[in-house]
Design a binder for this molecule. Structure first.
Ligand code: MRU
Length: 340
């Protein structure tokens, strides 16, 4: 077994959460201390932390911090949940903390109990990711060339990662893999964050522009595509970083497996169709400026949808910490969650 570096994007010190400022990577690794609810709102909204599972975990610690400040639980939940709309893990974690609070609020140690519950959410995510890696790596051939999009690694989770966790697990088990990393405009999660993680592991990788996928596939350079997701509906439609849908269409055309790796907290069984998932729209500045430079005429309009939706029919399998759902559809997902 190869040795893998265990990057963790968050750390608890003396009751305060510290997070790696992902806006500063890969240039510098700076830790930010979160002292009050407003700090939590800002780091999630401004993408100092990002990635569906990680914003859920940070949201859970944010709920604890809000109670410590004496803020009403409903206000805390409202303020945290409105920071980013697409990743359901945030709503899931904050709702879980609020339910926990109402179950134990008479306890003298309610604050310690809430802190423990947030830690539990973090640890469940980490161990879940190891399990996703274990299930998923079986699907990765020995010398696989893998295309991935956005950042789904340690930096997007409590550690290890989902889609990137599968890649880590395959590499740990001695598979010699090559990873093509979509740069992932406009925020560059691929070139700034995924490449940074792969570099630490010594995994061979090449950053490619987002428009390269079709060409690489047509040349036989891609054996499989693996991505994460921010929300998966009851029928298996998956919202993920903008550009994912295009990759899935291309993979289908070229007969290449398209895998989605997620914790079960990414499922939103209350929604049937992907078209009902709220899609975040971010500032146009992110499109019209790049690393501090104007790259477009000031007068031009721009669109900045942060996510798109891949229909279930284009997904070869969804890999979770509880097992794999092949060719996902409503019936299989309901059975998987014991809803049928
Ligand atoms: O806007 P981001 O960086 O939060 O978007 C992240 C993604 O789209 C990831 O693919 C998704 O959250 C899964 S992370 C394990």
């Amino acid at each position: 077994m190869r040795k893998i570096k265990d990057i963790r994007p968050l750390e608890l010190r003396d009751g305060f959460l510290y997070v790696i400022d992902q806006l500063k990577l890969p240039k510098e690794q700076v830790w930010v201390k979160l002292e009050n609810l407003e700090d939590y709102e800002l780091v999630i909204k401004d993408m100092v932390v990002r990635g569906a599972p990680l914003i859920g975990i940070v949201g859970a610690y944010g709920f604890y911090t809000g109670i410590k400040e004496g803020i009403e639980p409903s206000e805390i939940s409202y303020r945290l949940k409105r920071t980013r709309p697409t990743a359901v893990n945030l709503m899931w974690a904050v709702d879980r903390m609020e339910r926990f609070y109402y179950s134990y609020r008479e306890d003298d140690n309610i604050l310690q109990l809430l802190l423990k519950e947030a830690k539990r959410i973090e640890l469940e995510d980490y161990h879940g990711n190891r399990s996703i890696g274990g299930y998923g790596e079986v699907l990765v051939p020995k010398n696989a060339k893998i295309l991935t999009h956005c950042n789904t690694g340690s930096l997007a989770t409590a550690g290890w990662g989902t889609a990137l966790g599968v890649i880590r697990s395959a590499y740990e088990n001695g598979k010699d893999i090559v990873v093509y990393v979509d740069e992932t405009r406009p925020y560059l999660q691929g070139s700034r964050l995924t490449a940074w993680e792969l570099l630490q592991e010594g995994i061979e990788h090449y950053i490619v522009t987002d428009s390269s996928a079709g060409f690489l596939m047509s040349k036989g350079m891609v054996d499989l595509v693996i991505v994460g997701a921010d929300r998966i509906t009851r029928r298996g439609d998956a919202a993920n970083k903008i550009g994912t849908y295009g990759l899935a269409v291309l993979a289908k055309y070229h007969g290449i497996p398209f895998y989605v790796a997620v914790p079960t907290s990414t499922f939103d069984l209350s929604i049937e169709f992907g078209s009902d998932i709220p899609i975040e729209e971010r500032s146009l500045e992110e499109v019209k400026r790049c690393v501090g430079c104007d790259i477009a005429p000031e007068e031009s309009g721009a669109l900045n949808y942060s996510f798109d939706v891949t229909p279930a029919e284009l997904i070869t399998a969804i890999i979770t910490e509880k097992g794999i759902i092949d060719n996902p559809d409503r019936g299989k997902i309901e059975r998987f969650f014991g809803k049928k």
